[in-house]
Design a protein around this ligand. Structure first.
Ligand code: AMP
Ligand code: GLY
Length: 425
């Protein structure tokens, strides 16, 4: 088979790495890819959002299977376009991708199918939104309806902040038409976890739990980022919590989407808040998480290509996942200044000095030029390690991180700390 992976982050490098191990796969392409995918696959200079360009390339190159990493092409209808050409595409259709592409759509599905989530109201008028806010107590959360590159959520400590958020989204329109509507919702407390499943629209194959680290600095301080690290499994998701998530969240969502006439196929990712053992949905994503994909894929022992194809052709009931009974930890190394402004083009040194079978360095914002690797984005590398215990996975990851060096690099020193604090399970 010829496989094309769409995207160029750490998640896509991890997908390339995992899919390359399949005996079913002969050739693998990545659009646009990064310095890491260039070492194991063939990069194609087409942006993930250039859906027409991707379809044309897939047709010309006779690609058998396209696996889509990021949300933007899903929301542009890439899966539907590929299917029309008879090309297998892993990911939800444009209509089903609305679970991530529209917070209003997602919240309404949750309300209709009784899925636990923060109480909310939807507004398309800033004055009415502000009036509603004045009757509510802070903290409160304001979210732009549409895709906003992970920046459309404002967790507001004060009413003042929330009023400013409404102005940003609806008056200044800093996210464009993504801010035509907004959601105001109750602020939930607890511990977050990421819960990802494969689904063909009916059958669900859950992955093990994971946890992201969204803030840029240790102890969850500083601004939000795309994710500064992740680990799997996440001990906050106990067996009881896992069963509740499946029963109260995952199955009702999958059944609800089918009833709505947009059966969901692909990876459904529920971003959860867990309070006193009860899970609530913060958001749905319609794809693998980044960086969660890195530690998750490193723990899956069997071939995932049959699983991906099972999601596409409705035969997931015949597939399975075999989990490495180890812990995995991914530490993201970012460019100086990220998530604000940063410079690119610094040479990355020390990658060759990492000599540990339990470590793999996934690339995100990197490029390969004349055999050397240079920084080329905000999140640069995801150093991912396995270990028999969470502690040994953390030690393996940080030991490898200590060998890597580029100008201005920074990373969190406390990835996995929460799992460690809960006891080494
Ligand atoms: P999102 O972009 O939807 O993933 O949201 C970004 C982050 O905002 C989440 O990971 C949470 O940390 C936070 N968040 C979103 N919704 C809520 C909520 N209702 N209560 C508390 N925190 C929230
Ligand atoms: N790590 C969060 C996300 O992929 O959206």
């Amino acid at each position: 088979m010829k496989v094309l992976i769409v995207g160029g982050g750490g998640r896509e490098h991890a997908l390339c790495w995992k899919i390359k191990q399949s005996i079913l796969v002969k050739e693998i392409f990545c659009a646009p890819g990064n310095g890491g995918t260039a070492l194991i696959a063939q990069n194609v200079p087409i942006k993930a959002e250039d859906v027409r360009g991707i379809v044309d390339f897939a047709k010309e190159t006779k690609i058998d299977l396209v696996v889509i990493g990021p949300e933007a092409p899903l929301n542009l209808g890439l899966v539907d376009m590929l299917q029309k050409e008879g090309i297998m595409a892993f990911g939800p259709s444009k209509n089903s991708a609305l679970l991530e592409g529209s917070k209003v759509f997602a919240k309404n599905i949750m309300r209709k199918y009784n899925i636990p989530t923060a109480d909310f109201e939807v507004f398309d008028n800033p004055d009415l939104a502000k009036k509603y806010l004045l009757d509510k107590k802070a903290p409160i959360v304001v979210k732009a309806d549409g895709l906003a590159a992970g920046k459309g959520v404002y967790v507001c400590k004060t009413t003042e902040e929330a009023l400013n958020a409404i102005d940003d989204i609806m008056v200044k329109k800093i996210f464009g038409s993504a801010g035509d509507r907004l959601v105001i919702e109750e602020c939930l407390e607890g511990e977050e976890a990421s819960f990802l499943v494969f689904t063909d629209g009916k059958t669900v194959l859950p992955m093990d739990s994971s946890q992201d680290h969204k803030r840029v600095f240790d102890n969850d301080e500083g601004p939000n980022t795309g994710g500064m690290g992740a680990y799997s499994p996440a001990p906050v998701v106990t067996k009881e919590v896992f069963d509740k998530v499946m029963e109260k969240i995952i199955y009702p969502t999958i059944m609800g989407m089918e009833k709505e006439g947009c059966p969901f196929k692909g990876v459904l990712y529920a971003g959860l808040m867990i309070k006193d053992g009860e899970p609530y949905v913060l958001e749905f994503n319609t794809r693998f998480g980044d960086p969660e994909a890195q530690p998750l894929l490193m723990r899956i022992k069997n071939d995932i290509v049959p699983v991906l194809m099972g999601c596409i052709d409705g035969k997931l009931e015949n597939e399975y996942l075999l989990w490495e009974q180890k812990h995995s930890v991914c530490v993201v190394i970012a460019s100086g200044g990220y998530p604000g402004e940063y410079k690119k083009g610094y040479e990355i040194k020390g990658l060759d000095e990492i000599d540990n079978d339990e470590v793999y360095v996934f690339h995100a914002g990197t490029k390969l030029v004349d055999g050397k690797i240079y920084t080329d984005g905000g999140r640069v590398l995801g150093v991912t390690a396995l270990g028999d215990t969470i502690k040994s996975a953390i030690d393996n990851a940080y030991d490898a991180v200590s060998k890597i060096c580029f100008e201005g690099m920074h990373y969190r020193k406390d990835i996995g700390r929460r799992a460690l604090a809960r006891g080494d399970r």
